[in-house]
Write a protein that binds this ligand. Structure first.
Ligand code: KG4
Ligand code: ZN
Length: 345
């Protein structure tokens, strides 16, 4: 079954064709990074306009790269939540019109479920790779989310812990910005941290009372921002690489300590497999810390290649397939689908 998938929840306009939820036939991403870099962050109104301009071209390219005609497509999948509402609406309305035009089902996909499903495209049992299937535990770390999730089945998920304030990616971006690193700062922090001393500065790790699996990055972020501003006011020189290394180490430790607690307290089929997903899954320090932890607890570790960590439509096509076979889809010509800025699973 060939699904044409559309993703436009933030600042990348994406289209892909995915076969049977596992085989990637094409993966096109039009990034708006250069536009938003002028402002140091995503400007929602500009993102919506840029999606409107790019979405038709990106979709045509995805069909061409897959060697498909529209008549070969069996269903259209689209991210309808969570994300920037104006940005989501562009993708939802485009996908709705397309599905109506070709007379095929429309499948709404939750963005976070999609991030997790990026792993299905990579761990698809081909070329010596494992075939990943639920149950497992997923850790989604992105610009908007940091959540530990129990994936009971392809479509039934429940949250074990989540951030109480900022997401990890958001805190990386903010500290990078204060350090003068260009937007988006996460990948720049990753690179700078490789050349710094992680013990040069101390940043406190926050615990959430009575919720050991919840995360909190706001205090950590503020302490880094204060340290940089204080140094500036006193005319002291700061070492960007050392701050990046110390901050990254604090974020990674804060995440790993929760995962270690989870491994030591839970022994079940789903806790034998840890699946990392989301933009921050590209972070080299986080990937290696979690790999080491999984080795220590004999847990199988899964993480997508870098091009499937950030936003893409392949992940929407993968999850879309499983939503389709679970009958979570609009019936033919049902045009009631809407977009939602926030939502639970
Ligand atoms: O998943 P994503 O593309 O968008 C959301 O759904 O939020 O995640 C984007 C986030 C940004 O905060 C970006 O700075 C961060 O992922 N990011 C990284 C790295 N690459 C991207 N953070 C840390 N290290 C990286 N290598
Ligand atoms: Zn995302």
């Amino acid at each position: 079954m060939k699904i044409l998938a559309i993703e436009s929840s933030c600042d990348e306009t994406c289209a892909a064709v995915v076969c049977d939820g596992r085989r990637v036939l094409s993966n096109i991403v039009a990034s708006q990074v250069k536009t938003h870099a002028l402002y140091g962050g995503v400007v929602p109104e500009i993102a919506s306009r840029a999606h409107s301009e790019a979405i038709s071209g990106v979709t045509i390219k995805a069909l061409e790269a897959a060697g498909c005609l529209l008549s070969d497509i069996d269903a259209v999948a689209v991210t309808n939540t969570p994300g920037l509402i104006g940005a989501l609406l562009v993708g939802v309305n485009f996908a709705k019109s397309l599905a109506y035009g070709i007379g095929k089902p429309l499948i709404p996909v939750h963005h976070i479920k999609g991030h997790i499903a990026a792993n299905y495209a990579h761990f698809n049992g081909e070329n010596g790779k494992n075939f990943l299937e639920p149950p497992f535990t997923a850790l989604v770390v992105s610009g908007g989310h940091t959540s530990l999730i129990n994936v009971h089945s392809y479509t039934d998920l429940s949250v074990i812990g989540a951030t109480r304030d900022d997401a990890a990616g958001e805190s990386f971006d903010k500290v990078a910005r204060i350090l003068g690193l260009p937007y988006p700062g996460g990948a720049k922090m990753d690179a700078a941290a490789k050349n710094g001393n992680k013990n040069a500065y101390f940043f406190p790790e926050a615990k959430v009372k009575n919720s050991p699996y919840d995360f909190s990055f706001s205090g950590l972020k503020t302490s880094a921002v204060n340290l940089i501003h204080n140094a500036e006011q006193k005319g002291e020189k700061i070492n960007i690489n050392d701050i990046a290394a110390s901050f990254t180490s604090a974020v990674v430790n804060s995440i790993s300590s929760r995962i270690e607690l989870f491994f030591s307290e839970n022994k079940s089929a789903s806790s034998n497999k840890l699946v990392l997903a989301g933009g921050v899954a590209a972070n080299s320090h986080l990937r290696s810390a979690l790999q080491n932890l999984c080795d220590k607890y004999s847990v199988d570790f899964f993480v997508p290649p870098l091009n499937l960590c950030g936003d893409n439509a392949v992940m929407i096509g993968c999850q879309g397939y499983y939503e389709y076979i679970s009958k979570n889809r609009s019936d033919f010509f049902d045009l009631s689908l809407n977009a939602y800025a926030t939502s639970e699973f």
